[in-house]
Design a protein around this ligand. Structure first.
Ligand SMILES: NC(=O)C1=CN([C@@H]2O[C@H](COP(=O)(O)OP(=O)(O)OC[C@H]3O[C@@H](n4cnc5c(N)ncnc54)[C@H](OP(=O)(O)O)[C@@H]3O)[C@@H](O)[C@H]2O)C=CC1
Ligand SMILES: Nc1nc2c(c(=O)[nH]1)N=C([C@H](O)[C@@H](O)CO)CN2
Length: 237
């Protein structure tokens, strides 16, 4: 039996699509969720192990690490997907915003990788860590400053863990731009968001699923960023 893939934040959208795709490709899957939704019950019905985890505290991260260890002695991959896209416009408590963004996007992957890296080394074939960041890791964001900084920190962890865990474990970043709109995004927002890339489309979670499968099947890519942004870096007008 192959070792499972661990996906964080899999109760909806991209994380859920990743879990469903990997299950359909016969990978054993362990997911974390914070809010129990029907999607989690469906994943469990399909054979996934589901762990309730809130990464907003260090204790929550530690408990998640211990829960994973109770379920498996080995891991094929860890995919850090859990995230909150919070903006400065919704608060005046910038200290808490900054801390919460760094907590979920940088401290959680850091502590989970340090706590679980030994499980990645019980494989004959290579193992993977995938950090899902954001296009803004390299250009910043005037409306999501703390979010962008935390995603840049996560990418820097890619560079460090790639050096620490080579050659057995490959560590890479997937940096998406628009993948999926959110409920409540109005037509004006959607039009503006679509205009920011050359492809001018909302690709859906499948764009991230394809990127993850490329990395899982790669044998020589590590310490890299897979940009999944519809050519946004070339859209200047
Ligand atoms: N959607 C997009 O267009 C883009 C997405 N990305 C990145 O891709 C990834 C997937 O995006 P998307 O699917 O939209 O993500 P979501 O915004 O839907 O969030 C994914 C999950 O993260 C979980 N989560 C958030 N905070 C915590 C926490 N403190 N502890 C535990 N779990 C938490 C949530 O769990 P629950 O619901 O169970 O509470 C949620 O289901 C993210 O890393 C995102 O930053 C990057 C660029 C564009
Ligand atoms: N955790 C999340 N991160 C991001 C989301 C999201 O919905 N959840 N959405 C975006 C936007 O699509 C942005 O890329 C384009 O406006 C960014 N990050």
């Amino acid at each position: 039996m192959p070792n499972p893939v661990l996906i964080t934040g899999a109760s909806q959208r991209v994380g859920l699509a990743l879990a469903e795709n990997l299950l359909s490709n016969n990978y054993p899957v362990i997911v974390t969720y914070r809010t129990h939704k029907a999607s989690i019950a469906q994943l469990e019905k399909a054979g996934a192990v589901a762990i309730c985890a809130d990464f907003s505290t260090d204790q929550g991260i530690a408990e998640c690490i211990e829960a994973v260890k109770k379920h498996t002695t080995g891991l094929r991959a860890i995919i850090h997907n859990a995230s909150e896209w919070n903006s400065e416009k919704n608060t005046s408590d910038y200290a808490s915003l900054f801390d919460s963004m760094m907590q979920v996007h940088a401290k959680t992957p850091y502590l989970m990788n340090m706590g679980l890296k030994a499980l990645l080394n019980t494989q004959q074939e290579a193992a993977d860590i995938i950090h899902i960041t954001d296009f803004v890791q390299s250009v910043g964001s005037e409306k999501h400053l703390a979010y962008a900084a935390s995603k840049a920190a996560l990418h820097n962890l890619t560079l460090s863990f790639a050096q620490m865990l080579a050659p057995h474990v490959k560590v890479n970043t997937i940096a998406p731009a628009l993948l999926m709109f959110n409920d409540g995004d109005d037509a004006a927002y959607k039009e503006k968001a679509l205009s920011k890339s050359l492809m001018q489309t909302e690709p859906g979670a499948v764009a991230a699923v394809d990127a993850v499968n490329y990395l899982l099947n790669s044998t020589y890519v590590t310490g890299e960023t897979l940009q999944v942004n519809g050519g946004r870096h070339l859209k200047f007008n």
